[in-house]
Design a protein around this ligand. Structure first.
Ligand SMILES: *Cc1c(COP(=O)(O)O)cnc(C)c1O
Length: 480
């Protein structure tokens, strides 16, 4: 299996190279040259099988020959064996034909665990095969950092550095990054905003001498390995409701377009999907794009669903490529226009093509809070604000009762306790196994929003840079 860039000016790569590279050299995103197909018979055969086994079967054709079958099967087993529910991603029924897919039973209570747990194992495996080390740097506004720490802690070939903006993430989110005892994990509290953190990471990737010295690599949501891992639960949940004999629809709380694009991957592989509903908060660039054909960047508004507070939905470039008949020139010109004037226009044909599969709507803060209240009253269940956005959109837009609608629940309510409590007056309970999170010692290095200072710290910590590893001295826990 070879992968090509959406901008057509980078060399085709194999799966392992794409996983390690992240972004293509021409600034584009890698997509498979052809879509592997799941025959209806194969899809039907997934019924009743363990999640990890199905995951390996779905991901295998994307890998080519670089990773042996039994290694992939073992890594999937390990990745999903740690989930706190025997079904890994249980499906619960909320209404006559509305279902909720619980993607939050992993170690950091957010759906990002599903991709990150596998990605970390794949990366460590191929680096070990090659006798190489890497330093992974992540800027995070919340969930990605914790998921990366849990996935990469203790891995032999990788050092992980997460940058988060001091004081701007929740207590639970911070502790998930700062309490891992492993030497290969380094949490950096940056005195600045998330945008500052992201600018520093970008700056380090553009600083080629540094980048090569520490073998810098990334695991953000454009990483292809994350996307394929996410395609799996679209298949398993559809199968649970009767696929391939019956079509299903999905509503997906969306930020960077990674998760909902994984649904599109499942569709292209042959899963019968009636519709993919994009649900956003008031940061609704994708809703406006589907309504008008103009992709137009505006200011980000902070909301109670922070993982969806984005300006640019990076993975949308992959859909743009498909909607334009895989013509890289159209993508290049759109992205050129985006860089220059913060907007581009879709052709009527591309827009019509996208609308055959996707629909979109947003929920504002009031609708989101009202949904948290209603769901608690009617079902006795807490839902997190990201899930509530998707449920609110489903409520507004889905009137017919067929086909069944699967709403993706992307975080556990206890991960966003303040927003849930503000909406319904009750604090959602923390799972027992996480109850001591608040007592674990924190280890964090505070730094100014300065690339040089961050690089110095990383050079000292990175085993790939061949310097003696220095221990960070623990700082007292930041007061909540
Ligand atoms: C990251 C995240 C999202 C958005 O996912 P994308 O792939 O960026 O669309 C939604 N909900 C939660 C809880 C998240 O952590």
């Amino acid at each position: 299996m070879r992968y090509i860039s959406t901008r057509g000016e980078a060399p085709p790569l194999d799966f392992v190279e794409v996983m390690l590279a992240g972004l293509a050299r021409d600034g584009g995103l890698y997509v498979p040259e052809t879509w592997p197909r799941l025959e209806p018979r194969t899809i039907a055969g997934f019924a009743g099988r363990p999640y990890a086994e199905v995951a390996a079967d779905i991901i295998r054709p994307f890998l080519g020959t670089t990773i042996p079958d039994h290694d992939l099967a073992r890594m999937a087993q390990e990745a999903y064996g740690g989930f706190r529910h025997p079904a890994t991603v249980p499906l619960s029924q909320l209404g006559v034909s509305t279902f909720m897919l619980e993607l939050f039973h992993g170690p950091t209570l957010a759906f990002k665990d599903l991709a990150m747990q596998l990605l970390a194992r794949l990366m460590d495996h191929v680096l070990a095969q090659r006798g190489e080390r890497a330093t992974i740097v992540v800027a995070t506004s919340g969930d990605t950092g914790g998921a990366a720490v849990e996935a990469f802690r203790g891995r032999a070939q990788v050092d992980l550095v997460v940058l988060y903006p001091t004081g701007r993430i929740s207590d639970v989110q911070r502790r998930m990054m700062t309490t891992a005892p492993d030497d290969n994990v380094h949490a950096l509290a940056i005195d600045g905003t998330f945008d500052d953190c992201q600018a520093i990471v970008k700056g380090m990737f553009n600083h080629h001498a540094f980048r090569d010295r520490v073998r810098l690599s990334g695991v953000n949501s454009i990483n292809w390995a994350r996307i394929v891992a996410q395609a799996v639960y679209y298949v398993t949940s559809a199968v649970a409701l009767g696929a391939p004999h019956r079509k299903v629809a999905f509503t997906v709380p969306t930020g960077n377009f990674g998760d909902v694009y994984a649904g599109y991957v499942a569709l292209r592989m042959g899963l019968p999907i009636d519709r993919l509903m994009i649900a956003t908060n008031v940061n609704d660039i994708l809703v406006r794009t589907l309504a008008t054909g103009a992709y137009e960047v505006r200011e980000v508004m902070p909301t109670t669903s922070p993982s969806m507070d984005i300006q640019v939905a990076s993975n949308f470039e992959r859909l743009l490529f498909e909607a334009n008949g895989r013509d890289p020139r159209t993508v290049r010109s759109a992205m050129g226009s985006l860089a220059q004037s913060r907007r581009f226009a879709l052709s009527a044909r591309a827009l019509a093509e996208i609308r055959t599969t996707f629909a979109a709507d947003h929920a504002d803060e009031e609708e989101t809070a009202a949904t948290i209240r209603t769901v608690l009253r009617e079902t006795g269940r807490f839902v997190d604000p990201h899930t509530a956005v998707a449920l609110a959109v489903t409520e507004k837009d889905v009137h017919d009762s067929s086909p069944p609608m699967i709403v993706l629940s992307t975080a556990h309510p206890a991960k966003f306790p303040d927003a849930v409590e503000a909406a319904c007056g009750i604090r959602p309970p923390v799972p027992d196994w996480l109850a001591d999170l608040g007592d674990r010692p924190e280890r964090v290095t505070s730094l100014p929003a300065d690339q040089i200072a961050v690089e110095k710290t990383i050079l000292a910590a990175s085993r790939a840079a061949n310097v003696v590893v220095q221990k960070f001295s623990p700082l007292p826990a930041a007061s909540p």
